[in-house]
Design a protein around this ligand. Structure first.
Ligand code: HEM
Length: 402
């Protein structure tokens, strides 16, 4: 049952990054779900857009990829930034039939069997990262633990030489970190530069890795082209690291804030798979995903014209009271738990399996060794409308103290 939120309607502004760092976006989303499920969000420094906040509406739109295109970008961006350079070229930013062709090149690398084959190595990575954090005692869970596991794993899959992992770790930390915008831009450019060189090497001397697959691929009988290879490498690196880092840290935070749930996980480690699903629902790190309508359509009596931007607010869908019982309760045994944190439909997250295994192995490392984790200072949340969750999370780790 959808309950009408009491009191005055809140002021709606979903594009204020401060809302996600210091405010409570759920107040606005709850109100929109109940009262304006197809809301026209007026322009700010960003162009105006439609906002979908209900689970079923978002799933329906996800299903209708012929109306809702990804090729013009999947995130809101200021009009004066121009078109997304990856538009029509990267996996995430293409429509059928090219999307299917690109996805076909890399799909098998992320299938259950391939991820299982990597599991022993991922476990080693998780152990190493946790050991280093234990040695230090105090650290930032985001940068020192959560960021390293997915980064090392995707580097390995892409064929980045191990000697360069630390360099890419530093560059991705700068590119997604809190530093000034110019430093972030330079880090992004450095990452693209790095892949430019790597793809040239792999094109000449291919190995058994994802960059080699892309660097030697043909689509419709044509080679991909250096720029498309670089953009797709960047898509894999960003996709492979950013959300998993934030979900891993956000999940730890949720467990620390719900100590009875954490205790239960220590006592019943078999609950890990369902705990990971609940962590994904709860953290819902991808805040919005955008599509562009390419033909007219009507939703809740509102007319959407070709060219209109339509946004899906995934954390709102994951708290939809008509789908999830007691949606604002963090419950590691929740069943069923068909959250939309990894998207839905044709563009469903390529790395979904990998992300779940990474999260499971990281928490297992902490739980199986009875490692005590406690907050060691205020957590800072990201100031962003794209991804939400911890940016900085000081913690103290103690061995075998549970
Ligand atoms: C908790 C971790 C993760 C979350 C929450 C997440 C979330 C998402 C979401 C919501 C989408 C759908 C985008 C859309 O609808 O347009 C997506 C797509 C994608 N994700 Fe993930 N992701 C995660 C981990 C990963 C990992 C580990 C990889 C590894 C490479 C990855 C690679 C991708 C790629 C390449 C796409 C585009 C797929 C396509 O368009 O066909 N993601 N992800």
């Amino acid at each position: 049952m959808r309950r009408e939120p009491a009191g005055h309607p809140p002021e709606i502004n979903l594009v204020d990054p401060g809302l996600y760092a210091h405010g409570d976006p759920f107040v606005q989303w709850r109100w929109l779900r109940a009262n304006e499920p197809m809301y026209w969000h007026p322009p700010t420094e960003l162009p105006g857009f439609w906002a979908l906040t209900r689970y079923e509406d978002i799933r329906d739109a996800y299903r209708d990829a012929e109306t809702f295109s990804s090729a013009q970008g999947i995130l809101l961006r200021p009009a004066d930034h121009g078109a997304d350079p990856g538009g029509g070229r990267t996996l995430a930013l293409t429509d059928a039939p090219r999307h299917k062709q690109l996805r076909g090149l890399v799909d098998s690398w992320f299938a259950v069997r391939s991820v299982r084959a990597l599991e022993a190595e991922m476990k080693d990575v998780a152990r190493r990262v946790v050991d280093e954090a234990l040695e230090r005692g105090s650290c930032d869970f985001v940068a020192d633990i959560a960021a390293r596991v997915p980064l090392y794993v995707i580097c390995k899959m892409m064929g980045v030489p191990q000697a360069d992992w630390e360099r890419l770790y530093t560059l991705t930390s700068q590119a997604f970190g809190a530093g000034d915008p110019a430093a972030r831009r330079f880090a992004h450019l450095d990452i693209l530069g790095y892949f430019e060189e790597l793809q040239e090497e792999k094109a000449e001397d291919p190995g058994d890795d994802l960059v080699s697959v892309l660097a030697t691929a043909t689509v419709d009988g044509e080679p991909l082209g250096a720029e498309d290879v670089i953009l797709n490498c960047n898509n894999l690196l960003v996709g492979g690291t950013e959300n998993t880092r934030i979900a891993a840290a956000g999940g730890m935070l949720a467990l620390l804030e719900h100590p009875e749930q954490l205790q239960r996980l220590y006592e019943e480690p078999d609950l890990m798979p369902s705990a990971v699903e609940e962590i994904l629902r709860w953290t819902s790190t991808a805040t919005h995903i955008m599509r562009t309508a390419v033909r007219p359509v009507e939703i809740h009596g509102r007319k959407v014209e070709p060219g209109d931007r339509v946004t899906f607010w995934l954390p709102s869908a994951n708290r939809d009271e008509t789908v999830f019982e007691d949606p604002d309760c963090f419950d590691i045994v929740r069943q069923p738990n068909r959250h939309l944190s990894l998207g839905f439909g044709e563009h469903f997250c390529l790395g979904s399996m990998l992300a779940k295994v990474e999260l499971r192995l990281l928490y297992q490392e902490l739980v199986s060794r009875s490692i005590w984790v406690e907050l060691d200072g205020p957590t800072k949340l990201l100031d962003s409308i794209v991804v939400n969750g911890p940016e900085l999370m000081p913690v103290r780790l103690m061995p075998g103290s549970r």
